[in-house]
Design a protein around this ligand. Structure first.
Ligand SMILES: [Mn+2]
Length: 320
């Protein structure tokens, strides 16, 4: 599959329903908004679906208020010419929206995760720092005008998936795309401020509590943070405000791997893994049906918190 071929197939559509992954981040949102606007530039009707709530910090991107949950599309999904997933490495990433995606007439999958399970009719998978790098190539191939909304949405994915261009996944291609988007009217300063600097009082409160309880294992090479349901509720926010917490324990000197445990239900944890490079955390996430990248991965584990911490400590110890 090439950019030319996938773009050609997209051009033939009259309508499409675009899916972002559950627990949406800047990359899946930026990819979806940019693609929606590009398709609409060609006269193609494009709507947005995501099972998770869109974090309020992304409200500055035009169109994020147009997302609807999959329940809203159960009856109408078959009326669209196609369904398109962006930044979704596997079926599980959709959460309950996958059953609606599956009913799509033609399925497209545009993703940048090496672990992508290629669940669609048309799969375009390329190992880039952000999925919006791929979407930008498609936007250019489609030949549509890059509006300020498209430029900012594409920048958002690049800024968030690279930790503000600080992760080792950044390439010269990433920076060329950024340069190109600035010259097209993208506001990098605004995007960085909204994505990384501005935070709610609720997030500041939960962050302080979480970070005051970092737990170190393996002589300080492994750091755990955990966020209970009660903590989230007490903060007055929702799960989405925990995005980015994991970067802090990884920043501590001597820490090679940081793991975050977010309690989503009784004895159920959303696990995020980050590595400085010595340990491939995609391997560990894969042991539990999750996945992602070598340096950043995720999984869902059931059980008691202490048992999960023991298991994951063992998995990291074997690889360090
Ligand atoms: Mn991504």
């Amino acid at each position: 599959m090439t950019i030319a071929k996938i773009s050609n197939n997209l051009k033939k559509l009259k309508s499409a329903l675009i899916f972002s992954h559950n627990r949406p981040d800047g990359d899946t949102i930026g990819s979806a908004i940019a693609l929606k606007n590009a398709l609409e530039g060609l006269g193609i009707k494009a709507d947005l679906c995501c099972e998770g709530n869109i974090p309020s910090k992304y409200a500055f991107i035009d169109g994020v208020n147009l997302y609807k949950k999959s329940a809203e599309y159960v009856k109408t999904v078959s009326e669209y010419d196609a369904v398109i997933s962006v930044d979704c490495s596997a079926e599980v990433m959709f959460s309950d929206a996958y059953s609606v995606y599956q009913k799509g007439k033609i399925k497209f999958n545009i993703d940048h995760h090496i672990s992508n399970t290629r669940y669609a009719d048309f799969n375009y998978v390329e190992n880039t720092a952000a999925n919006t790098e791929i979407i930008f190539k498609i936007v250019k191939e489609l030949g549509v005008n890059v509006t300020k909304t498209i430029a900012n949405a594409l920048l958002l994915g690049m800024v968030t998936d690279t930790g503000n261009f600080a992760h080792s996944n950044v390439t010269s291609d990433t920076m060329s795309a950024v340069s190109n988007l600035i010259s097209l009217g993208g506001d990098l300063n605004l995007v960085v401020y909204k994505a990384f600097k501005e935070q709610s009082k609720e997030r500041a409160k939960l962050f302080a509590k979480t970070i005051s309880n970092i737990r170190y294992e393996l002589d300080g090479a492994l750091a755990f943070i955990s966020i209970s349901r009660a903590d989230v509720i007490a903060s007055g926010g929702d799960d989405s405000i925990t995005e980015g917490f994991i970067d802090f324990p990884l920043s501590v000197a001597g820490v090679e791997v940081a793991i975050s445990l977010l309690e989503t239900a009784d004895k159920r944890y959303k696990i995020s893994f980050r590595s400085k490079g010595k340990v491939n955390v995609n391997e560990i996430a894969s042991l539990y049906g999750g996945g992602g990248h070598i340096l950043a991965s995720g999984a869902v584990l059931n059980g008691y918190k202490e048992d999960i911490i023991d298991k994951l400590t063992y998995n990291v110890k074997q690889r360090i």
